[in-house]
Design a binder for this molecule. Sequence first.
Ligand code: ATP
Length: 303
Amino acid sequence: MTRALRVRSYAKVNLGLEVLGVREDGYHELRTLFQTIDLHDDITLRPRKAGIVVRCDHPLVPTDATNLAAQAAEALRRYARIASGVEITIRKRIPVGGGLGGGSSNAAAVLLGLDRIWRLGLGPAGLHLLARRLGADVPFFLLGGTALGLARGDEVYPLHQQLRAWVVLVDPGLPVSTARVFARVDAGLTPRGNSSSIFYFVSRELQGARAFRLLVNDLEEAALEEAPALRGQARRIRGVLLKEGARLAALSGSGSSYFGLFDGARAARRACAALAAEGLQAQVTRTVTLEQYRGSGARRRAR
Ligand code: ATP
């Protein structure tokens, strides 16, 4: 009963994101390229006799039953008919409301961790249905790496060619509500059935070339309308990243984090310093491939 498990909960960026339309169930039909990065929250799971308790060191993260990590634990507890409870301690490093999937990642990490603690043997495939009920981005975090997300983003297909790159992440410190960004998209939405940047990207990749400049994020304009203070910063961020040699400079998800992809560490560090000189908060991290993501699970330690 006293054994605790520490798990890493990684952030993601969206290398590209296309909004294809609104589905009959009210959700959006998406096509996106997900990528896990090395920035992570630390989660400790401590079994307890009863009840689900959440502790978190970030003021914007709720610690009641609305916390996605608590919802994940509760969903799995019911599904597997577990009578005992768990204490979930989250050390936040992933910016909240940054489009980096922090809440969704926490939920998936809790599902994977409790699957081990409670010895359920479900694995990513057995947890998929619970994950997609918790949120559209949660299934991706059961797998990680470079993956194509279809439908609501919850149908996830890992790419054969996993991306290895340095990532400069910029946090403008302006949390943006994903729901509000989608509402703005809807207000001006004409279904974009012909949007095919990701299709072309993946096709080129199969031929051994990576055409990052093809990729777009259909949520960016709506995010900039939602957070007007972001527009000026966005121009500066993109300018610096591209000047320093980024192969792709883009908004992640519904924002507000921007990122740049670099081939080398030195260029990434130079870009980071140039952003800092402009008063922008930036950090250097790396992509986490499917294999590395799986491996990090194996390192999860019981203490
Ligand atoms: P999205 O995955 O929609 O792009 P995001 O990365 O922009 O989301 P999150 O950091 O996941 O944003 O947080 C969005 C909101 O979810 C926060 O305002 C917070 O109140 C709530 N939330 C609930 N549980 C968590 C959690 N475990 N970690 C972070 N936020 C959480």
